[in-house]
Design a protein around this ligand. Sequence first.
Ligand SMILES: Nc1ncnc2c1ncn2[C@@H]1O[C@H](COP(=O)(O)OP(=O)(O)O)[C@@H](O)[C@H]1O
Ligand SMILES: C=C(OP(=O)(O)O)C(=O)O
Ligand SMILES: [Ca+2]
Ligand SMILES: [Mn+2]
Length: 652
Amino acid sequence: MASNGVGVLKGLAKIQTQKKEEADVCHDDCATPIKAQTIDELHSLQKKKSAPNTPHENAHDVFSSSIPEIERQKQQLQSISASLASLTRETGPKLVKGDPERKHETPRVAHVQHFEPTIGVSDSALKFTHVLYNLSPAELYEQAIKYEKGSFITSSGALATLSGAKTGRSPRDKRVVRDETTEDQLWWGKGSPNIEMDEHTFMVNRERAVDYLNSLDKVFVNDQFLNWDPKHRIKVRIISARAYHSLFMHNMCIRPTPEELENFGDPDFTIYNAGQFPCNRYTHYMTSSTSIDLNLARREMVILGTQYAGEMKKGLFSVMHYLMPMRQILSLHSGCNMGKGGDVALFFGLSGTGKTTLSTDHNRYLIGDDEHCWSENGVSNIEGGCYAKCIDLSKDKEPDIWNAIKFGTVLENVVFDEHTREVDHSDKSVTENTRAAYPIEYIPNAKIPCVGPHPKNVILLACDAFGVLPPVSKLSLAQTMYHFISGYTALVAGTEDGVKEPQATFSACFGAAFIMLHPTKYAAMLAEKMQKHGATGWLVNTGWSGGSYGGSGNRIKLTYTRKIIDAIHSGSLLEANYKTTEVFGLEIPTEIEGVPSEVLDPMNTWPDKMAYKDSLLKLAGLFKKNFEGFTDYKIGKDSKLTEEILAAGPVF
Ligand SMILES: Nc1ncnc2c1ncn2[C@@H]1O[C@H](COP(=O)(O)OP(=O)(O)O)[C@@H](O)[C@H]1O
Ligand SMILES: C=C(OP(=O)(O)O)C(=O)O
Ligand SMILES: [Ca+2]
Ligand SMILES: [Mn+2]
């Protein structure tokens, strides 16, 4: 008690002695008295007038600003209003910009309609839908944390989110409208990822999504770009119900400058993401409660029944796989980076096979991790961000990706300590497909703008679960085409709904789930470009070595794969000594700096040589069977090349 009393006294005395000092030190604070008269006013001082891409907070601004500005705002709201309009009723909801929580503000209404009740009118016409337009990451964080269950800030500042029941893509629920145009242009039938639907069913699902979105108090709208090539830039609008989706697309698409946003106009393509809401199984063509529907004629995509954010980015990638080849531009499911000397490398690969990991290289400039275009002018990234797998992510092995997980980054489906908010990247409790989506400039050596010259090396990443493909092989042009069309790899766990362990698969163009035309169309373009620009093809196995998955094998060490990739980039591997493998006829180097030589020939690493031979022949058989589907196609104008490609497969 006594000591407490002394303490209090001491404290009081101290405050008194400091009074003089305070007057000296603290004159900043005391000189200008706070303008606010109330707490509300004080809070209102916190926020300066917003940039043009955030909602205007004060209706009075409309009257104080110039007429063209009012006009521009009106047009913008009208454009969004048109996007959200019901196509079956005469009226839709009233659109208003800004957060519904800010009730004191006079709503800015897009179009107030006075109507006579008719059959087309519904109660939805009487309500407001608030539009949260191109919010900043900070604003989206607040929205997510306040309104979306499972949203938390992690210790490094990233936003942890949950995608719900679906934690990977649903390729069997991705449908494309088959109409007069797409009937002839697209790849349909066996092997094709394009599951058909008719225009009418699309409209049913579209109306379902639009009605769902309009029934909400607020929706998020992102207006952004795809493709860093300014001549072939595509304007996209994403309308979604969740701040998580809006932040994801903010990170993944190219972010417009305030000026670009002012002149955005109408989008070239629109996504309606009503992922929390299911599709109706009584609707024709629907086989589950999930449907991702693409209508190329309407330039629209509708998402029902899945909140996995990857559907949006990969859905738009499908669109680019249609639009770009129409312009003689090749779309690529590849990562891409560039050396200090300007040498560009492409890394083709199916999901989870190493595109993001290997293109993010501290010694090289990152152009992009996943989706690119190869035009007459060189390469350009389609996106403005990266989407890295986080399972077992380590700071030592992948420092650049690790450091990119900070404020602004969306962390999907990760597990973290309740109190410290430290993420446990080894925890697969929610899914093995944990992900981080961050803007590309979070990688220190990103090349902005994300474009580069013609590629010098084309690396095909095959994650071989059988463990019989060599860690690296140098390919002839015909072999490159053979392996590009085959797209042999393993489907790794988690990236697609229902996949629990690596499965051997043939995914044409290393991205069959995203292509729209027949694989040979893309292959012909790739062959032509590689020939013209003298690019070298390589096959790199990022999968198993010394045996198969579940057998005596282990995943090839990432450090070895990096050494192999280094040798490709430096040009030293081109100069190495080679020998040819049996069955697949692949050219394999005998030595690479930093990689034990015995690892380079899979025959050496298998303890059981007979088992190796059996697996090799089994895989060769699978290749042969898969390629039967392509033997009737000609690749490009050159029938000689077509013959060479057919001869470039395994011989046994
Ligand atoms: N030898 C290897 N090469 C590449 N990736 C490897 C290797 N061994 C393990 N991995 C892991 O495999 C995953 C590859 O995923 P990622 O690079 O995101 O693939 P993608 O971008 O093609 O979808 C990463 O988690 C990476 O750490
Ligand atoms: C996001 C995906 O792809 P990737 O692993 O290639 O980034 C995906 O397949 O859902
Ligand atoms: Ca990908
Ligand atoms: Mn990736």
